[in-house]
Design a protein around this ligand. Structure first.
Ligand code: DUC
Ligand code: ZN
Ligand code: ZN
Length: 476
C-alpha cells in the first residue's frame, strides 16, 4: 500500500505566514506530510509553476435563505457550492435565519434540510438572530453554541430583521457569557427610512437612489453605535460588508483603542461605484446591495484598509437574485422603485479571482495576506482553525492550486451559479484557480465542477478565540 492517497509535488506553498517550496502528502482527506521526496502515492499532482494555497473560506454568503416578500434566492446549496468550488472556495458559511416569532433551533433544523445531500464543498452555519426572546438568549443560543453554531449575525436595519439597542446589548451579553462571535450589519434604519420616504416623495425611485438612501453617514453612525455597545459589554464584534472610509475610520479608531473589533469587506466595494447603480433603464438594479457601492475614493480607502490590516476578512456577501425574474430584481414582474428591489449581488465564484488579480497581481497585497483574508482569518474567527484555513499537518486537505499567470475574462455564461448575470461581466483577470481539493478530493478543475452533490460535509464550529486585530498582537 502506498503511503499517500495523493501527493502534490513541485508547488510553491503559501500560507498566511509564509511561502516556500514543498510537497504535500495527503491521506484520508488530511495533510499528513510536508517536505521533499516524500515517497509513493496513488495519485501524483504536479504543481510545477503553481501556487498552492489553503482552499478559500467564504464566511459570508447567502444560499437558499427564506425571504418574506416574494423574492427567492437563485442559488441553493447545490448551485451555490458548485459555484464556490469552481472559484477555488472549499468552505462556505451561509446563514440560518430566524423568522420573528420562530425558534432559532427550528431555523437551524430547516437549514439542515435545505443543505442535506446537496453541497459540493464543506459548510458551516452562522445564525441570524431576529427575535432575541428570553428563551432564545438563555436556552437556545447557549445550547446551539455548544453544538457547533458559534457565530451569528444581527441587523441594525431591515424591518423584518433589525434589533433595537437594548436587544443588541442582550445579544452581546449572551455572546460574552457563552463565547459566541457576533457579526453586525451596521446601517441606521431610521436614517434609511427617512431618506427613502423623502426620495420617493420627490419621485426619485430609480436604482441609483438606493445608494443615496443608504448613506455612508447612516453606515458610519451604526458602525460607531455597534462598536460602543460591544465596548460596553466588553465582547468581540465583527462589522460585516464595510463599504468605505466613514465606517473604516470607526473600526480603525476602535482597534487603535485596543478593542477586539474586526472588519470584513467584499469585492463589490473594490470594483463597483454608485455609477453602476445609475445604468440605462433598470440595469442598475443588478448592483443594488446594502451597504451600496460608493465612489472611487471609497474604493481606495477600502484597499488601504485591506493592505493596512483594518480588515481581517474578505467575503463575497453572495446574495443571489436573478435580474430578469419576477422572484428576483424585477420583483413581481415590475421595474419597481429602489426600495422594493431585493438587495444583493452574486460573487461566490469571482471573489477569490478578483482579489488575486486586483490585489496580488497588482501588488497591493502580498500572497500571504491574500491567504489570511480569504481563508486563515475567517477560519480563526469562526472556530474552524486549524482544521480549515491553513496548510499544516493534521489539517483537512482543502487546497487550491493557482496559476498566477493565467488570464481570463469574467463572463456569466462561464459561471456556475444560477443567477442570470454577474456585475463583473467583461472584467479581465490574471491568476486563476486550476484545481480545488476539499478533504483531498477534487471539487473543481479548470473552473469546472468535479464533485458530486453531497461531497460537502457540515462543519461544527468551535467557540472562536480570535486574537486581537493586527497592530495590537500577533495573529492577524
Ligand atoms: N445586504 C445584506 O444585508 N444581505 C444580503 C445582501 C445585501 O446586499
Ligand atoms: Zn448584511
Ligand atoms: Zn449578507
Amino acid at each position: 500500500m502506498t503511503r499517500f492517497d495523493t501527493l502534490i509535488t513541485n508547488g510553491r506553498l503559501i500560507t498566511a505566514a509564509d511561502s516556500y517550496d514543498a510537497d504535500i502528502g495527503i491521506k484520508d482527506g488530511r495533510i499528513v506530510a510536508l517536505g521533499e521526496d516524500l515517497g509513493e502515492a496513488a495519485e501524483v499532482i504536479d504543481a510545477q509553476g503553481l501556487w498552492v494555497m489553503p482552499g478559500g473560506i467564504d464566511a459570508h454568503c447567502h444560499l437558499d435563505q427564506p425571504l418574506g416578500d416574494g423574492a427567492v434566492m437563485a442559488d441553493d446549496f447545490l448551485t451555490g457550492t458548485r459555484s464556490a468550488a469552481c472559484g477555488g472556495t472549499t468552505t462556505v458559511i451561509p446563514f440560518a435565519v430566524q423568522q420573528k416569532g420562530q425558534s432559532l433551533r427550528a431555523a437551524v433544523e430547516d437549514y439542515h434540510r435545505r443543505s442535506e445531500g446537496k453541497a459540493m464543498v464543506d459548510y458551516a452555519f452562522h445564525m441570524i438572530v431576529t427575535d432575541p426572546t428570553e428563551s432564545v438568549l438563555k436556552e437556545e443560543l447557549p445550547a446551539l453554541i455548544e453544538e457547533g453554531y458559534s457565530s451569528f449575525k444581527i441587523y441594525l436595519t431591515y424591518d423584518d430583521l433589525k434589533l433595537n439597542d437594548r436587544e443588541v446589548l442582550e445579544v452581546l451579553a449572551m455572546a460574552r457569557r457563552e463565547g459566541g462571535m457576533v457579526m453586525v450589519h451596521a446601517e441606521n434604519a431610521d436614517c434609511i427610512a427617512y431618506l427613502t420616504e423623502l426620495l420617493e416623495s420627490q419621485g426619485q425611485t430609480s436604482p441609483f437612489y438606493h445608494g443615496v438612501a443608504h448613506s455612508a453617514i447612516a453606515e458610519r453612525e451604526a458602525t460607531h453605535r455597534a462598536i460602543s455597545l460591544a465596548e460596553l459589554i466588553d465582547v468581540p464584534l465583527l462589522i460585516v460588508h464595510v463599504s468605505g472610509p466613514e465606517a473604516i475610520e470607526q473600526i480603525r479608531w476602535a482597534q487603535g483603542r485596543g478593542l477586539r473589533v474586526y472588519g470584513e469587506t467584499c469585492p463589490q466595494y473594490l470594483m463597483l461605484t454608485a455609477s453602476d447603480l445609475d445604468q440605462e433603464g433598470f440595469e442598475g438594479a443588478k448592483c443594488v446591495c446594502s451597504p451600496p457601492p460608493r465612489d472611487k475614493a471609497a474604493q481606495e480607502a477600502v484597499w488601504q484598509a485591506l493592505e493596512g490590516g483594518v480588515f481581517q476578512v474578505f467575503s463575497s456577501d453572495h446574495a443571489p437574485f436573478r435580474y430578469d425574474d419576477p422572484q428576483g430584481k424585477k420583483l413581481h414582474g415590475e421595474e419597481a422603485g429602489f426600495h422594493h428591489i431585493p438587495n444583493g449581488i452574486p460573487g461566490l465564484e469571482t471573489r477569490l479571482s478578483i482579489l488575486f488579480s486586483e490585489g496580488v497581481v497588482k501588488q497591493r497585497i502580498d500572497p500571504t495576506r491574500f491567504v489570511a483574508l480569504t481563508a486563515t482569518n475567517p477560519a480563526k474567527i469562526y472556530g474552524l482553525y486549524p482544521r480549515k484555513g491553513t496548510i499544516a499537518i493534521g489539517s483537512d486537505a482543502d487546497l487550491t492550486l493557482w496559476d498566477p499567470r493565467a488570464r481570463s475574462t469574467v463572463r456569466n455564461v462561464d459561471l456556475h451559479h444560477a443567477v442570470d448575470y454577474t456585475p463583473y461581466e467583461g472584467l479581465e483577470l490574471t491568476g486563476r484557480p486550476v484545481l480545488a481539493l476539499c478533504r483531498g478530493a477534487s471539487v473543481s478543475r479548470n473552473g469546472e465542477p468535479t464533485a458530486e452533490p453531497g461531497h460537502g460535509q457540515f462543519l461544527k464550529c468551535d467557540k472562536p478565540q480570535p486574537a486581537r486585530p493586527r497592530g495590537q498582537a500577533k495573529g492577524f
